[in-house]
Write a protein that binds this ligand. Sequence first.
Ligand code: MLT
Length: 347
Amino acid sequence: MSRNLLSIADLTRDEIEELLDVTDSMVEVSGRNIPKVPALRGRTVVSLFYEDSTRTRLSFDAAAKRLSADTMSFAVSSSSVNKGESVRDTIETIEAMGIDAVVVRHRSSGVPAQIAGWTDAAVVNAGDGWHQHPTQALLDAYTIRSHRGSLEGLHIGIVGDVRHSRVARSDIEAFTTLGAHVTVVAPPTLLPPSLAPWQVDVSHDLDAVLDSLDVCYLLRIQQERMTEALIPSLREYTARYGLTSERADRLAPDALIMHPGPMNRGVEIAGEVADRPAAVITEQVANGVAVRMAVLFMLLGPGRHALPPLAASDERGRDDGPPERAPQDLDVPTADPVDPALSGTEA
Ligand code: MLT
């Protein structure tokens, strides 16, 4: 794995599968009484969110803390950004404090890649404009894999506002790389101008594809990104593309219903449908913490491959065990939790 995670396209199929395997270990850690291991003790992870977020920001924060990293959170609303500080100056300022990873969300596509050129810290893209949201795709793939064993040969429908969705772009790449067949289902106005790079089918008729789906993945209507009227009305959108109760009844009994959140209940998904057992939306959130633990572990911890091993004398590496350890050896035993005093102050 390279030193940053900017896009799903940065990962080979083997690397995605390895990350999902490491996520299994992180799910196990998260299920412990004290869900904390010292793997990233002494590392510092900074969250830099220039755009609103609830679950992604909290999820990265929880992930870093469960690995015992120190965390710093940058609240744009109360920072020098309001005094005109540029992203580059902000990065140089926080880098001077000594950081190992920057988790960044920005409303403009490409900002995380730019930041990666300005810092030696690992950069993780937590969502940039319409472009990419790679950890969302990894947690979605993990959630599907945990139910179906593999994505190979599955038919996944991605329904709704594909045009504005970084989740759709990332999911399409991850799902097809892992062997799934993807159909995007949307009105023509909510599709990107070109679908050329993607190996997907396109449908404008949800009713026509519903009963062949293994996964019905609903996207939020992103009204904040629409600069023109792309749908006649929300009511009309729901009538043609919403997963209503009647449509959900037509899905295969083992089909999964997914949504990245935040949901517009009653628009892209009926409130009742979101609460059915087939809807694994809260599982996606829970898996999000474990997937982000795996990503941070692979980028910063003993799981990383691309970075040179820590010198034996490196103070920060001492608690981590031999740097060459394989990720599957994340071996803080259940019966030997981290010092409770430590987890008390850091958790
Ligand atoms: C995102 O940040 O892209 C969200 O997880 C999905 C959305 O906002 O609809």
